[in-house]
Design a protein around this ligand. Structure first.
Ligand code: NDP
Length: 687
């Protein structure tokens, strides 16, 4: 028995604030393992232009009015709400052919990705609505004209067209960075498994956490939606290269320079290092990884290892080990006890994979598994789209063109022998651009040569060895913090990568003008912007503090005794501070100099307000630079300016970044850095 049978559902789209069925009964979707009807899908009759408009008008302004931290808080609340409901999603996931571990990657992996974006948004982004990008560019001698790059959210919608293999993760990994950027989404899942996506979107809508219009769902075709795209919209596509190219060259996409991110076919390679001979830990890890990549999600993973590149001498042992391991993979009903691999998503998909195996057989021989015979541990071979893992071997890998071109999107890989490491790298490159590649080696020289050789052709490269065996996330796992995408035939796109992924939905603009006005735009103090001087800024709570609040401190002269005391007290008796002759011989100094950290310590001594007050803690410094040597007798003074204020949501404090500039008696800057503090929202503290 697969997931308990239930009457087939008629899927609905969630558009313009309402669940809306298509006008026709639509296409029948079947349980991948039992063939039982699961759902009907159709989107006929929808007004697709109105869907885009609803996102742009109803949700866009609301999302853009929120700060990054508010949007991050929204994602966190949504992720936690979905996690509470996760068990409801598994029965639907089983119907797609996914086992419980496969479903875990899709469901909990997807929710985890959303929560990671929430946490990165809170920790790595300021609590603003606009991002600054890079440093201030000073464009005039007197500092009256400068420029700052900023990133602001696109004012359109992001249309996410997804593949059938990850109906939950595929949606959540895309909408999390989009919503964090402040851009509404329209999700179009692949029809085959859309019933799971639809269920998750129903639960999302029910929470009421997202502003209306921030997430719309199309179950079925997107009709003429692409005709209505503008330059403020974005499209992401995951699926076949053929469809991807068709959509990327859609007239409206081309005419309006619509941002288009594509993630398509990928003939990912994994290389066994020459040092990783049979019996070594790396050889065993490699065997495990290849078998795992072939069987997880029945090999229907865009990152799965399709090409297994190994030293010729190791091939017999490798094939034997893989044959043995794959032979033990229990194929059966996704939710049955002991099942290690479920069916493919549909009979069509299985037919497609069998055809692609035939293409590969023109240049490679099958060395494990029979594509036409199904051995099941449970279930009915005639009812489900089952396929045993199939391993091929191509003795002449450079002449085996189909292996480098044909993606059999199932439990299928081909072993390719190499005679020297240069050949292994060249073979990996013959994939013409892939999502991920890996090398299993414990040899530093091999790791360096392979990574540098394949990196330009890949979005991610994993090095596997004994030291990371227990902690490695594996070849096939895209991670929220890492780039997912690849050049060339992999589509040329880039998703996730932490905050990088958020910026894909924002426009970078160089803003030029007077510092006072630039500062008003970014909400950040910059050199030349207005400053205020009243009470010591450390006496001000977050509610009172303003960008540009500034303190000019008293002065302090640095003496020889200070330097010697500091040297002996801390143990830092570096010669430039202690030995006159050696200091003078140093090309950077004319004499003994004060320690940089002594300057920073004196600076703190000059700018702190020692009494209990709203400044709660100093949690670090950023970008510290010592720019001019400080000699005995030099006099220091500090200018401390409130640069950025980030109130923390759901907390009684926030972070304040201070610009700290230390100058000498001639006005030369001797040290420059940002001081980072925690400041109470109100003072005295409540409760
Ligand atoms: P498709 O390219 O056919 O479909 C991908 C997505 O595009 C689906 O949501 C599909 O919707 C949609 N789509 C198809 N045609 C259009 C169109 N004209 N306008 C708008 N959207 C459209 O790929 P499949 O999912 O059918 O998979 C086919 C092959 O793609 C696999 O066998 C595999 O080789 C490859 N693939 C690669 C993946 C990767 O990440 N590298 C992931 C998944 C598949 P609908 O389902 O409603 O047709």
């Amino acid at each position: 028995m697969n997931a308990p049978a239930r009457p087939p559902r008629r899927l609905e789209s969630y558009v313009c604030g309402a669940w809306t069925p298509g006008q026709k009964e639509g296409q029948e979707l079947l349980d991948a393992a039992t063939g039982a009807p699961v759902a009907y899908i159709d989107s006929s009759g929808l007004d697709f232009a109105a869907v885009l408009d609803h996102g742009r008008k109803a949700a866009g302004p609301k999302l853009r009015a929120m700060s990054f931290h508010e949007r991050a808080g929204m994602l966190k609340a949504l992720g936690l709400a979905l996690m509470e409901r996760k068990e409801e999603f598994y029965p639907e996931s089983f119907r797609t052919g996914a086992t419980r571990p496969d479903g875990w990657i899709d469901i909990e992996g997807g929710i985890g990705t959303m929560l990671t974006f929430a946490s990165k948004g809170r920790r790595e982004l300021p609590n603003t609505r606009v991002l600054t990008d890079g440093d201030l560019e000073i464009l005039s001698k007197d500092g009256s004209f400068s420029a700052q790059h900023i990133l602001s959210p696109l004012q359109g919608v992001a249309v996410h067209i997804n593949a059938f293999n990850f109906p939950v993760w595929g949606m959540l990994e895309k909408i999390a960075p989009t919503l964090l950027a402040g851009v509404p989404c329209v999700v179009k899942p692949a029809s085959q498994t859309a019933y799971l996506t639809e269920l998750v979107v129903r639960r999302i809508v029910e929470t009421g956490i997202l502003p209306e219009g921030a997430l719309q769902l199309i179950c079925g075709s997107v009709g003429d939606m692409l005709d209505h795209l503008t330059g403020q919209d974005a499209v992401t596509f995951t699926g076949s290269a053929w469809t991807g190219r068709k959509l990327k060259s859609h007239p409206a996409v081309v005419a309006n320079s619509v941002r288009f991110t594509m993630e398509a076919d990928s003939l990912n390679a994994s290389i066994l290092g020459p040092d990783a001979v049979a019996g070594s830990p790396e050889f065993d890890l490699f065997v495990k990884e290849v078998a795992r990549e072939m069987t997880v999600k029945a090999g229907q993973k865009c990152t799965a290892i399709r090409r297994v590149i190994a030293p010729r001498a190791q091939v017999p042992a490798l094939v034997e080990a893989l044959r043995d391991r794959l032979g033990k993979t229990a194929l059966g009903l996704p939710d049955a006890e002991g099942t290690r691999m479920g069916p493919l998503a549909s009979f069509d998909q299985r037919e497609e994979v069998r055809e692609r195996i035939r293409d590969l057989q023109a240049v490679a021989e099958i060395v494990a598994g029979n594509p036409d015979e199904v051995r099941l541990a449970s279930g009915d071979a005639g009812a489900g789209a089952f396929l045993n893992p199939v391993l091929l071997y191509a003795d002449k890998p450079f002449a085996a063109q189909p292996v480098h071109e044909v993606e059999a999107f199932g439990p299928v890989s081909t072993v390719l022998p190499y005679d020297d490491l240069g050949e292994a790298i060249e073979l990996a490159q013959m994939g013409k651009g892939s999502l991920v590649s890996s090398v299993f080696t414990d040899d530093k020289a091999v790791a360096e040569e392979v990574v540098l050789g394949v990196a330009p052709h890949h979005g991610r490269v994993l090095i596997g060895n004994r030291a990371s065996a227990k902690t490695s996330t594996g070849h096939g796992s895209p991670l929220a913090g890492l780039v997912h995408g690849g050049p060339g035939r992999a589509g040329g796109g880039e998703e996730m990568g932490g905050i990088r992924g958020v910026k894909h939905y924002m426009q970078r603009t160089a803003v030029q003008g007077a510092p006072r006005l630039l500062s008003a735009v970014t909400g950040r103090w910059i050199e030349g912007a207005e400053e205020q001087h009243d009470v010591h800024p450390f006496r001000k709570s977050l509610a009172e503090l303003k960008i540009g609040d500034q303190l000019i401190t008293a002065k302090r002269t640095v003496t020889k005794e200070d330097v010697e005391h500091f040297a002996h007290f801390t143990g830092d008796t570096f010669y430039a501070h202690m030995d006159e002759a050696s200091a003078k011989a140093n090309p950077f100094f004319d004499d003994r100099v004060a320690h940089g950290y002594l300057i920073a310590s004196f600076a703190a001594g000059l700018f702190v307000e020692p009494n209990p007050g709203p400044v709660l803690a100093n949690y670090g410094v950023d970008n510290m630079r010592f720019l001019t040597p400080v000699y005995f007798g030099d006099t220091l003074q500090v200018r401390l300016t409130c640069k950025e204020i980030n109130p923390r949501a759901n907390a009684e404090h926030g972070e304040v970044r201070w610009d700290c500039q230390v100058t000498n008696q001639d006005g030369a800057v001797v040290a420059q850095y940002d001081v980072l503090t925690m400041v109470a929202k109100t003072w005295p503290l409540q409760g």
